[in-house]
Ligand binder design. Structure first.
Ligand SMILES: Nc1nc2c(ncn2[C@@H]2O[C@H](COP(=O)(O)OP(=O)(O)OP(=O)(O)O)[C@@H](O)[C@H]2O)c(=O)[nH]1
Ligand SMILES: [Mg+2]
Length: 299
């Protein structure tokens, strides 16, 4: 790690914020080149702040992926907005993410949130792979007009386009200082958090309507067995018997598919074989239940 005094080591926290589904988690994964945050085509996939560490030769960027900013209708969503606020409070720099071709209204709630932030702000316009460049210019202009951002950077998190420019805009704004985390650390969350998320991701991908939103996954047992596969027992909680029946499927088929795909994703993440056992249970209105929200790690 050779460096001179005119290029000090830089290190800091960068909060990613934006509407649901704009690609915050995809961007975090693309920047750190690891699948840390789960991603789905449905809004409100992320429910907690997820920390990801990116190490360069002369910088450490600590990314804080957050849930999409929304008006909360129930306690889980309230906890999600609080996770955003906490990440913004922790950040040295705030990166708003928006979607190309979906121009913000003047009263956009995320722009309002950005007005409350005292740290430097950057804006990334994501998903530029989906629209003509000429259509992008008016949106970039309008966002410049908001006069909130030190830079507006068009990117595609999916195609990994514009990420070098974005990273450089982040790096130059980080405070000078030593790294916060050792270089081999990717996140601050335990393995069991990621394991639960990978199972939840399967449910977001496979089921429609209320089911993904009514589902929580928590890891009841995580036994590391030297010389044998780890044993992981995950509890999938839903709100109604009818949801439980759908998750399990005819003859247990649907649950078996979640298990098979979930196990493959977990093994890819952990880089070791595991034995995965899934149980489905019903807890009426868990999304409104303080104790269960805490048990599931949302508060
Ligand atoms: N075409 C295109 N799709 C993208 C891009 N980035 C993300 N997506 C897609 O957008 C959808 C949402 O991505 P996520 O990363 O889960 O979005 P998010 O902002 O984290 O969503 P929440 O956690 O629900 O707030 C997924 O289907 C992604 O594949 C991009 O650059 N281009
Ligand atoms: Mg997300």
């Amino acid at each position: 790690m050779s460096r001179t005094s005119d290029t000090p080591f830089r290190s800091g926290y960068v909060a990613l914020a934006g509407r649901p589904n704009v690609g915050k988690s995809t961007l975090m994964n693309a920047l750190i080149a690891e699948k840390l945050a789960i991603v789905s085509p449905k809004p409100q996939t992320t429910r907690r702040r997820v920390l990801g560490i990116l190490n360069g030769t002369d910088y450490q960027v600590i990314l804080l992926d957050t849930p999409g900013w929304l008006t909360p209708k129930y306690l889980l969503q309230k906890a999600m907005t609080q996770a955003v606020e906490a990440a913004l409070a922790d950040a040295d720099l705030v990166l708003m993410i928006t979607e190309a071709g979906v121009p913000e209204e003047a009263d956009d709630p995320v722009l309002d949130l950005m007005r409350t932030v005292r740290q430097p702000r950057l804006l990334a316009i994501n998903k530029i792979d989906r629209i003509e460049k000429t259509l992008l210019l008016p949106q970039i202009d309008a966002l410049h007009q908001a006069a909130l951002f030190e830079a507006v950077i068009p990117i595609s998190a999916l195609k990994k386009d514009g990420l070098d420019v974005l990273l450089e805009q982040i790096r130059i704004r980080l405070p000078a200082g030593e790294p916060f985390y050792p270089p081999d650390m990717l996140s601050d969350a335990p393995e069991r958090f990621f394991v639960g998320e990978l199972i939840r991701e399967q449910i977001f991908h496979r089921f429609q309507d209320e089911i993904p939103y009514a589902t929580a996954v928590h890891i009841q047992t995580f036994e590391e067995n030297p010389g044998r596969k780890d044993l992981i027992e995950a509890v999938i909680t839903v709100e109604r018997d009818s949801q439980k029946a759908i998750l399990i499927g005819k003859g247990g088929k649907a649950l078996k598919e979640i298990g098979t795909a979930g196990r493959a994703a977990i093994e890819a993440f952990l880089e070791r074989p595991v034995f995965l056992k899934l149980v489905v249970r019903v807890r009426k209105k868990w999304r409104q239940d303080r104790h269960l929200l805490r048990q599931f790690g949302y508060t």
